[in-house]
Design a protein around this ligand. Structure first.
Ligand code: AMP
Length: 287
């Protein structure tokens, strides 16, 4: 497994690996490190998608707000590299902040409408500008033909897809289903900050999404279903940022299931940890 820490060596190593693979395609898995089984599912999907697999590890300051957890975001370079070696990764891109954003960098990429509006876009102003900017750079730096993104961050996946379409970037975005603990909690690098007592309550978010999806499948308006889920979470000590039914691609809120694919998206804080989850909602029964 090769490791690149500056752009010249990244391009050199990527070219060498592609040549060794007979001119094959490169699949990229962008991450912020502190890797878990969810990230490794993306790496496994990348292995199936292309002969050369690259993983980037970069805690992107541009996507953190001034009062967010950039300074305390978990970092474990040694552990991450060991996991990536075991997962069959060929190339790790580990840029410093200066390598990613050399002094004088001022150019950003902004998805200036849906799906970046609302939800994470509203709760974390500037977040998707940071995500879009770093992803555009990562695609151009690696020349990836394919990039893998987790459905865990549903809105991010739609924002990246929109950007790729709008900018005609020559990369295919492949989604990977959310990897969960046995009790339903979606894996996340931030879960390690849950106390034992919070960890025991945390699966309620996923359970509420599953229950709401089942209730919506019967047809009828979403509002009472969403209100009940929000109230149940609040009663269990969650501070709910949102629990909403949206059009899957645009993230526009909808009042009931229709013919288009829909998604339930939720974010709630439990102690110091902000949990994010979502679930697909099939069309109403009988349609
Ligand atoms: P992060 O390191 O949190 O920025 O995540 C990097 C990538 O891994 C993103 O595409 C995430 O959506 C994806 N990811 C994070 N957690 C999970 C999970 N539990 N299941 C599947 N993908 C995930």
């Amino acid at each position: 497994m090769r490791i690149a820490r500056d752009l010249d060596s990244l391009r050199r190593e990527a070219a060498a690996l592609r040549a060794a693979a007979g001119g094959g395609a490169l699949a990229l898995v962008p991450t912020m490190g502190a890797l878990h089984a969810g990230h490794l599912a993306l790496v496994a999907a990348a292995r199936r998608a292309a002969p050369v697999v690259a993983v980037s590890i970069f805690v992107n300051p541009l996507q953190f707000g001034p009062h967010e957890d950039l300074a305390t975001y978990p970092r474990d370079e040694e552990g991450d590299l060991a996991k990536l070696r075991g997962a069959g990764c060929d190339l790790v891109w580990l840029p410093s902040v200066e390598a990613m954003y050399p002094p004088g960098s001022v150019t950003v990429v902004e998805v200036a409408g849906p799906p970046a509006e609302g939800f994470e876009g509203a709760h974390r102003p500037g977040h998707f500008r940071g995500v879009a900017t770093v992803c555009a750079k990562l695609f151009l730096q690696t020349g990836a033909e394919v990039a893998l993104f987790g459905e865990k961050d549903w809105q991010q996946l739609q924002v990246v897809r929109r950007m790729v379409r709008d900018l005609d970037l020559p990369v295919r975005i492949e989604p990977v289903p959310t990897v969960r603990e046995a009790d339903g909690l979606a894996l996340s690098s931030r879960n390690r900050f849950l106390t034992a007592e919070e960890r025991a309550r945390a699966p309620l978010l996923a359970a509420s999404l599953r229950e709401a999806a089942a209730a919506l499948a019967a047809g009828g308006p979403a509002a009472p279903v969403l209100a009940e889920a929000t109230a149940a979470l609040a009663a269990a000590g969650f501070a709910v940022d949102y629990f909403a039914l949206v059009e899957a691609e645009s993230l526009r809120p909808i009042e009931a299931l229709g013919d288009r694919p829909a998604r339930l998206v939720a974010a709630a804080r439990l102690g110091r940890v902000r949990l994010l989850d979502n679930i697909g909602v099939p069309p109403p029964e009988g349609r």
